[in-house]
Design a protein around this ligand. Structure first.
Ligand code: SAM
Length: 327
């Protein structure tokens, strides 16, 4: 299987597919996978065709996202179709609310594992963040995912200054008890929105938290996507596995990105942070264009990829800190 690289020598092995934009949560910080809201989405057959094409050029790992992917009634069919082409990992990011009902069906269709979003252990804060009182259902979803064998189960926790940072120790205890990997995610946004009131209020760099975690850990591993670190930390006679996702102004994160995206309406999207370089996959597909044409669109989209954050972005922040400390 040939692997296509972009012009920055980054191979593309994985695809993040947004299967819808419909969601039953209203998380106030949601980046919506960098797209707008739509009401019509690619069919299972169309998603399968794009995956088949991407697989011809090295993609062998799929992440399903949304909206909320489990709200699609045909989600099991989508997974079954993708599974025919991909031997690598197929995972899904979900709010977990449907898992106690459908986890087994997802597993049988070929889903390997799930990331479940849980941004607070506190009922009121959970509701403040998501707009829904559903914390118990999400915890049930975590357990259902385990029972179905959708493991390792990962829990996505977007760290929000003044809102949920104090819950990290409790989340680590929960992770050790419920046997999930805790993924601490930095609140991220684009250059244009970095100065928005919301971002300034809730964004928190994770470096200090990570340093503390490293001191307490007995083992550190790095995964292949974005070179993310994972720490094994003793908690209450057990261990919590804690991963860090630190995308903001992080050139290393971008230089290790091996992912391309597919929007719910069938556009190839090279980067979460950019909406100005989509390539239309769905129209040629619906017009019955040849496999050669689909291949060339996919390859062109890979070649469009550029690291969003570069070394000079990191330096800019360091210079700002330096300027402030000199005052
Ligand atoms: N509805 C599903 C869910 O709740 O997981 C899938 C869609 S959601 C956009 C996918 C993941 O992106 C979630 O874990 C979510 O918390 C994370 N996310 C959304 N907005 C974010 C932001 N601004 N910064 C960091 N992570 C974010």
């Amino acid at each position: 299987m040939p692997v296509v690289k972009d012009n920055f020598d980054r191979p593309v092995y994985s695809m993040r597919i947004q299967v819808n934009t419909t969601c039953n949560f209203k998380c106030f910080f949601c980046h919506m996978e960098g797209t707008g809201v739509h009401s019509e989405f690619m069919s299972p057959e169309e998603i399968e065709k794009v995956v088949e094409t991407a697989h011809r050029w090295g993609v062998n790992k799929i992440k399903l996202t949304g909206g909320e992917p489990t709200l699609r009634r045909d989600i099991v069919d989508i997974i079954r179709r993708i599974r025919k082409h991909v031997t690598g990992n197929i995972s899904m990011t979900t709010n977990g609310i449907m898992l106690s009902r459908i986890a087994m069906d997802l597993k049988e269709a070929g889903l390997d594992r799930v990331n479940i979003s849980l941004h607070s252990m506190d009922r009121d804060k959970f509701e403040f963040i998501t707009g829904v009182d559903a914390i118990d259902t999400v915890i049930e979803g975590i357990r259902a995912a385990h029972t179905a064998g959708l493991s390792p189960v990962k829990v996505n926790f977007v760290v929000l200054k003044g809102l949920n940072v104090d819950q990290i120790p409790g989340m680590m205890e929960l992770a050790a008890r419920e046997n999930f990997v805790l993924q601490l995610i930095e609140f991220e946004t684009t250059r244009e929105l970095e100065n928005s009131e919301e971002f300034r209020k809730y964004h928190m760099p994770l470096d200090d938290i990570e340093r503390g975690m490293a001191d307490r850990s007995v083992r550190i591993e790095f995964n292949d996507l974005h070179h993310r670190p994972k720490y094994l930390v003793p908690v209450d006679g057990k261990f919590a596995e804690v991963e860090f996702v630190k995308p903001m102004r992080n050139a290393e994160f971008c230089s290790n990105c091996t992912r391309i995206r597919l929007t719910s309406t069938g556009m190839l999207k090279p980067c979460l942070m950019r909406s100005d370089n989509y390539r239309n996959m769905i129209s040629p597909l619906r017009n019955g264009e040849s496999q050669d044409k689909l291949d060339s669109i996919f390859i062109s989209s890979v070649k469009d990829r550029e690291p969003y954050w570069k070394k000079e972005d990191e330096d800019e922040i360091k210079n700002q800190i330096f300027r402030i400390s000199k005052r």
